[in-house]
Design a protein. Structure first.
Length: 204
């Protein structure tokens, strides 16, 4: 079932701008409350970084990132209608020069992705319902791939649902997990700094 709705950008230079989008059952647009929480938690990690909106859907999260100071946004989306709409709104909002919209299968894109230099980036993953339930193994592999490639101090965020297998997250204790009703936000900061082993205590 298709449903037309409006989504509003809540802060930044594009505050109040609206996107009219068509939502279907497989889509999972990020609720405004969750979006506000996402950017509040990311805070100073948004300005002056590139923001990747993976499984972009409506593209509102990446557009909001640019509104809040991201140097640019990269949208990865397979549906050609969504791709066209994201590009349309980026142009309409006057930020077309900061936006790249790629029509691609996310899983294949991740295998070929090369980060833009050594600067930290934001990676936001909000997969459709079927990917969380029917492609869990593929999704976890995708996440591993991006974490391996992302520059130091990059932040990878997943918007998941109740029931997501948290125990399968790599380095589980390092994830910051927040819950908003059925929605979950999972944050991981990439760190490749070597761990300094404690000096051995000499025997008496």
């Amino acid at each position: 079932m298709l449903e037309k709705t409006q989504i509003r950008i809540v802060a930044g230079t594009l505050r109040g701008r609206k996107l009219t989008v068509v939502v279907h059952e497989g889509m999972r647009p990020t609720p405004q409350m969750v979006r506000e929480a996402l950017f509040s938690i990311l805070g100073n990690a948004v300005p002056d970084r590139v923001f990747y909106d993976v499984f972009a859907g409506t593209g509102v999260v990446g557009l909001e990132a640019v509104s809040r100071g991201a140097t640019g946004a990269r949208f990865i989306e397979f549906d050609p209608r969504q791709v066209a709409d994201i590009q349309k709104y980026a142009t309409q909002f006057g930020i077309g020069d900061k936006v790249q919209v790629l029509k691609a299968d996310v899983y294949r894109w991740a295998e070929r992705w090369i980060p833009p230099g050594r600067d930290a980036v934001n990676l936001f993953l909000s997969p459709p319902f079927p990917d969380l339930s029917q492609k869990a193994a593929e999704f976890l592999k995708l996440m591993h791939t991006l974490l391996e490639k992302a520059p130091d101090e990059s932040v990878l965020t997943i918007q998941a649902e109740e029931g997501f297998p948290l125990e399968q997250l790599p380095d589980r204790e390092a994830w910051d997990v927040r819950t908003y009703g059925r929605n979950m936000l999972l944050f991981y900061v990439v760190s490749r700094k070597p761990v300094v082993a404690a000096a051995a205590t000499p025997e008496a």
